[in-house]
Write a protein that binds this ligand. Structure first.
Ligand code: IMP
Ligand code: MG
Length: 178
C-alpha cells in the first residue's frame, strides 16, 4: 500500500535514531532548567511523542494549533492561533516542536507572538527543514534533517489530512496529487 503512494525517505529506524540524538542534546542543554516543550499540532504529533521520550530530564508539555494568515508572500501578518497554550510561559524556557519548516512564515510569526509573553528563552526544534523554500529567516536551534523541495507525508505529515499515520516519512508520488 505504502509503495503505491510514496517512496521512503526516512524509515522507522532512522527516525528513532534521530529522536534519540536530538533528545540527548536537548536534555544536556536544558539540564537544571524549567523546560516547557510545546508541540505544534497536528503535524508534530509523532515527532513530539518520540522526541520527548528521549529527553531524559524533568519537563512539562503543552500544545498549540497555529496557522499563518499570510498568502505565502505576506510576512507581516499576525499568526492565527486556533488553540493556545494552557499555561503562562513568562520566565519559562520554551522549546517549540514543529514537523517541518517550509516558507518559515508560520513559525516566524508564532515566535514573535510568543516572545511578547516574555519567556526566559524561546527555541525551536524542527524535524525537517526545506531551506530552498524559505521566504523568511527562521532560526532552527535543533534541526533533524534538511530536505529537498519534495512533498513529504507520514509520521504526522499530511496531504489533505491523509497519511499522517504512516510510520515512515516518504515523498508523495506526483500522480497522487496532480
Ligand atoms: P510554513 O513554514 O509557514 O510554510 O509552514 C509549514 C507548514 O506547512 C508545516 O507545518 C506543514 O504543516 C506544512 N508543510 C510544508 N511542507 C510540507 C510537506 O512536504 N508535507 C506536509 N506538510 C508540509
Ligand atoms: Mg504544521
Amino acid at each position: 500500500m505504502l509503495e503505491d503512494l510514496a517512496s521512503v525517505m526516512f524509515d522507522e529506524e532512522a527516525l528513532k535514531e534521530k529522536c534519540r540524538g536530538l533528545g540527548q542534546q536537548i536534555a544536556k542543554d536544558y539540564e537544571g532548567k524549567d523546560l516547557l516543550v510545546v508541540g505544534i499540532l497536528k503535524g508534530s504529533v509523532m515527532f513530539f511523542a518520540d522526541l520527548t521520550r528521549n529527553i531524559g530530564i524533568p519537563l512539562h508539555i503543552d500544545f498549540m494549533v497555529a496557522s499563518s494568515y499570510g498568502n505565502g508572500t505576506e510576512t507581516s501578518g499576525k499568526v492565527n492561533i486556533k488553540k493556545d497554550l494552557s499555561v503562562d510561559i513568562k520566565g519559562r524556557h520554551v522549546l517549540l516542536v514543529e514537523d517541518i519548516i517550509d516558507s518559515g512564515i508560520t513559525m516566524s510569526q508564532l515566535k514573535v507572538e510568543l516572545a511578547k509573553r516574555e519567556p526566559a528563552s524561546l527555541k525551536l526544534c524542527a524535524l525537517l527543514s526545506k531551506p530552498s523554500r524559505r521566504k523568511v529567516d527562521v532560526d532552527i536551534d535543533y534541526c533533524g534533517y534538511e530536505v529537498p523541495d519534495e512533498f513529504l507525508v507520514g509520521y504526522g505529515l499530511d496531504y489533505a489530512e491523509n497519511y499522517r499515520n504512516l510510520p515512515v516519512i516518504g515523498v508523495l508520488k506526483r500522480e497522487i496529487y496532480s
